[in-house]
Ligand binder design. Structure first.
Ligand SMILES: [Zn+2]
Length: 260
């Protein structure tokens, strides 16, 4: 809603159709994404980089069951990886830190659910409650999917009403956050919405994720790409693409904050 302010991202035009076009040729070319000029100093955001580098060697620890909002689920999982072995935990940690830097530059207080990429967890219940713990305005959990190799694209997951969810009041604002993030992420990266899901518009609602069910602040997950897809794998392993992904995430968050 606020006037458009700073524009970040240097890739303004000149990027060929080879990157980001994919199956959806109508999709816009990646470029600069607008940050709103609203004063967001002092607002608090939780960024939750999915998985962790130590999970793979701690099978028993991450398999223990924790509350996921009315049912139990594994503490955490190892996550996906590209066929060449670039792990999701490294991707999410890098993008989260890039997005955190962009938000902190605007005066936002950013709390990360993990501050290194060599630990175990935290469990999904801790991740879910992190926004309440930090008295945050919102939280975004950053992931990359391990979908079917022939499928590509990104999607945002918003909370559906779940029996054990701690705050049904987050469903509506989280849906708005999801749309914001979808639009800014698409604009920043030119990544098309995932083509391998029932929903083709880049937003899905789920009630099976403890990380969403246990949040008392608006929260979404973003699955930035499908790591098992060759074209998406080339994107997630490119630091310049990860920077654009971070810009897209930060812009969506800033727009949401500016409207509240
Ligand atoms: Zn994940």
């Amino acid at each position: 809603m606020g006037a458009l302010g700073v524009v970040v991202g240097g890739a303004t035009g000149g990027r060929g159709g080879g990157d980001g076009g994919g199956a959806a040729g109508h999709f816009p070319t990646a470029g600069a994404v607008a940050f709103p000029s609203a004063d967001v100093r002092g607002r608090v955001v939780v960024l939750d980089p999915g998985h962790n580098g130590g999970n793979g060697a701690a099978a028993a620890q991450i398999a223990r069951l924790v509350d996921a909002g009315g049912f139990q689920k594994e503490c955490d999982t190892v996550g996906a990886s590209t066929d060449d072995g670039y792990p999701e935990h490294a991707f999410t940690f890098d993008v989260a830190n890039r997005a955190a830097a962009l938000l902190r530059a605007r005066g936002v207080t950013v709390v990360l659910t993990r501050t290194d990429d060599a630990g175990i967890g935290p469990c999904v219940d801790v991740r879910g409650r992190a926004a309440a713990e930090a008295h945050a305005d919102l939280a975004v959990s950053i992931h990359a999917d391990g979908g079917p190799p022939e499928g590509s694209g990104f999607h945002v997951i918003a909370p559906a009403h779940a029996p054990g969810a701690v705050n049904p009041g987050i469903v509506e604002p989280s849906a708005r956050l999801a749309v914001r993030l979808r639009d800014t992420f698409a604009a920043a990266t030119a990544e098309p919405p995932a083509d391998y899901l029932r929903s083709q518009n880049g937003v899905v609602e789920r009630s099976d994720l403890g990380g969403l069910n246990l949040s008392s602040a608006p929260k979404v997950f973003i699955e930035c790409a499908n790591m098992r897809n060759q074209a998406d794998a080339a994107r997630v392993t490119d630091p310049a693409w990860r920077q654009r992904a971070a810009e897209g995430i930060a812009a969506g968050i800033l727009h949401f904050l500016a409207e509240r």
